[in-house]
Design a protein around this ligand. Structure first.
Ligand SMILES: [Zn+2]
Ligand SMILES: [Zn+2]
Length: 77
């Protein structure tokens, strides 16, 4: 029998998933918090070769366009 893992919905949060995600404008430096999904902030990951905000459970659970500022996609600070 497998040891129960401390996680939500039976899925384990990736060890390298950030606890807080701040998105930053590459041009003016403005910042904003990334939206939350399933209890953790969404992070920028490549989905089909495109940078997307994704849920830690994967893009199948939640994904969103990376917010833009000054017509440039924001990056993780
Ligand atoms: Zn900006
Ligand atoms: Zn989710």
């Amino acid at each position: 029998m497998m040891k129960p893992t401390k996680s939500m919905g039976g899925m384990k949060v990736p060890a390298d998933w950030p606890k807080a995600v701040t998105l930053k404008c590459q041009k003016c430096g403005a910042t904003q918090e990334a939206p939350m999904h399933c209890g953790l902030p969404m992070a920028i990951k490549k989905v089909d070769g495109k940078d997307m905000l994704t849920c830690w459970m994967g893009p199948g659970c939640g994904k969103a366009e990376v917010p833009k500022h000054h017509d440039m996609p924001m990056t993780m600070a």
